[in-house]
Ligand binder design. Structure first.
Ligand SMILES: *Cc1c(COP(=O)(O)O)cnc(C)c1O
Length: 382
């Protein structure tokens, strides 16, 4: 049996004609960009804001820009620091540098999420913002993070690129901090047919600022009040996202059902399995387990037709890009330990019970093999 890591073709098949119609409509109305008031983009912005339960959504070109635009909207200064978790996609920290600030990494908890217990010792007079990342679709412990942020007058930008529709105490992530940022990269829980992103916020002032920054500093045609940049969502992506948005809640339910099935099938193992927390509802952008002999197990799964992923093989402070910060492994013990152990199992809306059973049976076989090999100090047959 072959189990793909994800299956976008299958996801889109039942709504193919609606998707084609949306694209056709953009072509017929010549609404490709149509700045600053593209009807397709405006429609998606208000639909996504309503879905999350927040006043403003400003569409932009991708999730990395979303982070950078939020940081620019607060007028980050060159000497100001932004705290970012050690384990996330590099976009989170890149945005800080590109917005002109300084990256400060914080280690993660046992779920791979920013560990709020370590925040206060990192806060200095230069600290301006914190970017919690709802990694894999699991919301961070936002009350604790927000309490610390308020106490020190810090801005909170929730990187929600992997967590569309995930909730914390019943509220959608992205709506809890000063800003929420989203990516609509095709493989995310809600994705277009190319790059796209969005920033959400409650504040009218911030919304106006982000909107200007994302479109050459203007709201009308030539009224450039400041220098911005080109970070726009195009009409076709917006049209596609409007077709897909009504399905998001159900797709998340399917992801959650698949996770439940994984937990049932892996109940006898010693693996620590992803789950909701008391306050947080997970939307399983990824289903990540930690395995000591990760690379051997991954190879064995590949040989029996199962695609897996590693998110991410290197924690950010250890990448060459951050060599200048001179960190050692001891600075981020959890991130360091997790990066050699994490394995993402296939999960996507429409994955079948049969496929999950096949993955888990194969995984258990492989775990037993590698354990025996380690105990007996013999090489693992591949
Ligand atoms: C995907 C992702 C981004 C960046 O989004 P793009 O649309 O690819 O620019 C940022 N942060 C996290 C955590 C992501 O997973």
């Amino acid at each position: 049996m072959n189990v793909p890591f994800a299956d976008l073709k299958m996801l889109h098949a039942p709504i193919n004609s609606e998707l084609n119609d949306a694209i056709q409509e953009v072509i017929e109305t010549v609404s490709f960009i149509g700045t600053p008031n593209n009807t397709f983009v405006q429609k998606f912005e208000s639909e996504f804001a309503a879905f999350l339960g927040i006043k403003h959504c400003i569409a932009c070109a991708n999730g990395t820009d979303a982070l950078e635009l939020a940081l620019r909207a607060i007028d980050l200064r060159a000497d100001e620091e932004v705290i970012v978790p050690a384990r996330t996609w590099i976009a989170t920290s890149e945005a800080v540098t590109y917005a002109g600030g300084k990256v400060v990494f914080v280690d993660v908890d046992e779920n791979g999420l920013l560990d709020w217990r370590l925040l206060e010792q990192l806060i200095t007079s230069k600290t301006r913002a914190i970017i919690p990342v709802h990694l894999y679709g699991l919301p961070c412990e936002m009350d604790e993070i927000l309490d610390i942020a308020h106490k020190h007058h810090l801005i909170v930008i929730e990187d929600s690129a992997q967590a569309h529709g995930a909730t914390y105490k019943g509220k959608c992530v992205g709506t809890l901090g000063d800003f929420g940022t989203f990516s609509f990269f095709p493989g995310k829980n809600l994705g277009g047919f190319g790059d796209a992103g969005g920033i959400v916020c409650h504040s009218d002032e911030y919304a106006q600022k982000v909107k200007k920054l994302a479109n050459h500093g203007r709201l009308g045609k030539f009224d450039h009040e400041l220098e911005g940049r080109n970070s726009r969502m195009d009409g076709i992506q917006a049209g596609i996202l409007s077709v897909k948005l009504p399905f998001l809640a159900n797709w998340n339910i399917e992801r959650r059902a698949a996770a439940e099935k994984y937990r049932e099938c892996l109940v006898g193992t010693s693996l620590n399995l992803p789950n909701d927390t008391i306050d947080a509802m997970h939307v399983y952008h990824l289903f990540v387990v930690e395995i000591e002999a990760r690379d051997d197990v991954r190879q064995q799964l590949k040989e029996v037709g199962i695609d897996t992923g590693i998110h991410y093989p290197m924690a950010l402070p250890f990448l060459s890009a951050y060599k200048y910060l001179n960190h050692s492994h001891q600075d981020f013990p959890s991130a360091y330990r997790q990066m050699s152990r994490v394995l993402s199992l296939p999960i996507f809306p429409g994955i079948t019970d049969n496929q999950i059973e096949y993955v888990t049976e194969s995984l258990i076989k492989s775990l037993n093999l590698t354990q025996r090999a380690r105990r007996g100090n013999i090489s693992v047959p591949s």
